[in-house]
Design a protein around this ligand. Sequence first.
Ligand SMILES: Nc1ncnc2c1ncn2[C@@H]1O[C@H](COP(=O)(O)OP(=O)(O)O)[C@@H](O)[C@H]1O
Length: 178
Amino acid sequence: MSELDADAKPNILITGTPGAGKSYLCERLAEQLNFDWLDCSKIAKEHDYIEEHDEEYDCPILDEDKLMDHLEPLMQKGGNIVEYHGCDFFPERWFQAVFVVTCPNKTLYDRLKERNYNEKKLSSNIECEIFGSILEEARESYKADIVHELCGETAADAAKSLKTVKQWYPNIYNKLHA
Ligand SMILES: Nc1ncnc2c1ncn2[C@@H]1O[C@H](COP(=O)(O)OP(=O)(O)O)[C@@H](O)[C@H]1O
């Protein structure tokens, strides 16, 4: 198993329920930190890392092994922001920080309605947010001190999140290369 290259920037995972505001934040973060933004859903679609399509929830089922093989050399180089609406299958060693984007239910509902999600998909995602499932998944999968929650509701929240991550970055870089 490969480690992070010497002098590499850290890798960050941005996770959360669909619609919570991951992409919105990743786009800004990648630009401001000069990181590569790896949107796993997009990569999986582009390279056909899809096992099958779940008809009930109208969503693709990821071929996680193929995605991992694709990401491994990129992660070794560091400086990546990985985005996905799940986090328990990535190797723990990949990430120096995990940020879980959360969103109040009313806003999330409106965002998912706008995406024309079917009722089943919509209610399962709202339930996921109500129960804090992704936050729990992150806390179960990574060391507690690298998991942070960020609110993805408003532009002001995003500005605050950007500030939080930018403050975190030099500390973790120095720790990584001490
Ligand atoms: N912090 C925010 N402030 C205002 N609008 C946001 C914010 N985050 C996301 N949005 C909007 O909500 C919608 C869903 O956001 P997106 O980032 O695509 O969610 P995700 O990547 O988690 O599925 C988009 O229309 C986006 O512009």
